[in-house]
Design a protein around this ligand. Structure first.
Ligand code: C2E
Ligand code: MG
Ligand code: MG
Ligand code: MG
Length: 287
């Protein structure tokens, strides 16, 4: 009897596992198809310069829009594309699309805007990453100084020396390097003095409760002060309220990003917004 029960348990277990495996496989197949069928789209969210209160650039944020389904946020599919390696071709598509958009805005006569693009660990560690970035810049004609690559601390935990080499090669292309979600990576701070980093993006988890949580205020103020000491730029993510903004302003944060200013928006919507805001208005003819 025990033997039989054991066998049943085993059978039940493998069945549950194979359902999960099948669902995953199906999703993987759909994602592969999505790349070919052009179902991904980039939304863009403005980055605001604290000093001038003007838009300094945008961050590209990928979404999956299946033809016959609801929009899927990146948290739902980026991890799977990471595991399967699909992030490498998807990541190249993202970079190319973002650089093309930035170049198009330049050509439309808008003032220079930085285009910030997220990189994933797998992408960062892939062998041809640097040559891929170089090629995309050349193909799209976007000057390297207008491209900002967002990295995360966890990318540097393993393969420290390899990471430095990659970062230096990227810097040599002329792009900017930012640390995304800063403060959440459980990584040593030592890399900050050895790696050619330009900007820290304070993770939104420290910004969210600034009004209520004295610890978050301390952490945010400390990151801003440290960035200034290290001559790095600093941006606060997830700014939603005037209260958060005024605290960050008092402490000298360089850039803001968040719903208070603008939500991530599809290209056409942001395009209109940018042109309305930044292009000189037609002079109305006096009558
Ligand atoms: P992230 O790079 O830290 O991007 C910022 C996230 O915060 C975005 O979520 C954005 O929509 C959201 N956000 C912006 N302002 C506010 C605010 O005021 N309040 C709140 N609560 N949220 C705000 P999203 O677009 O869902 O992206 C989530 C994460 O997925 C990103 O975090 C990034 O790690 C990853 N991701 C997005 N696009 C890409 C991509 O093109 N490539 C890669 N590798 N990862 C991406
Ligand atoms: Mg980011
Ligand atoms: Mg991120
Ligand atoms: Mg972030």
């Amino acid at each position: 009897l025990a033997k039989q029960e054991g066998r049943n348990t085993y059978r039940f277990h493998t069945k549950a596992l194979s359902i999960a495996a099948n669902e995953r496989l199906a999703l993987e197949t759909r994602l592969r198809h999505a790349l070919i069928a052009n179902e991904f789209i980039l939304h863009y969210q403005p980055l605001i310069d604290a000093r001038s209160n003007r838009i300094a650039g945008v961050e590209a944020l990928v979404r999956w829009q299946p033809v016959d389904g609801e929009m899927v946020p990146p948290a739902k599919f980026i991890p799977i594309t990471e595991e399967t390696g699909l992030i490498v071709p998807l990541g190249e598509w993202i970079l190319r699309t973002a650089c093309n958009q930035a170049r198009a805005w330049m050509d439309a006569g808008l003032p220079p805007l930085v285009m910030a693009v997220n990189l994933s660990v797998r992408q960062f560690q892939s062998e041809n990453m640097v040559s891929m970035v170089r090629r995309v810049l050349a193909d799209t004609g976007l000057p390297a100084e207008y491209l900002e690559l967002e990295l995360t601390e966890t990318m540097f935990i393993e393969r420290g020396e390899q990471s430095i080499a990659t970062l230096k090669a990227l810097k040599n292309l002329g792009v900017c390097l930012a640390i995304d979600d800063f403060g959440t990576g459980y990584s040593s701070l030592a890399y900050l003095k050895r790696f050619p980093i330009d900007k820290l993006k304070i993770d939104q988890s420290f910004v969210r409760d600034l009004a209520e949580d004295p610890n978050d205020r301390e952490i945010a103020a400390t990151i801003i002060a440290m960035a200034r000491g290290l001559k790095l730029e600093v941006l606060a993510e997830g700014v939603e309220t005037e209260q958060q903004l005024s605290f960050l302003q008092q402490h000298g944060c360089d850039y803001y990003q968040g719903y208070l200013f603008h939500r991530p928006a599809p290209p056409a919507q942001l395009d209109k917004w940018l042109r309305d805001k930044l292009l000189p208005k037609y002079q109305s003819v006096p009558n």
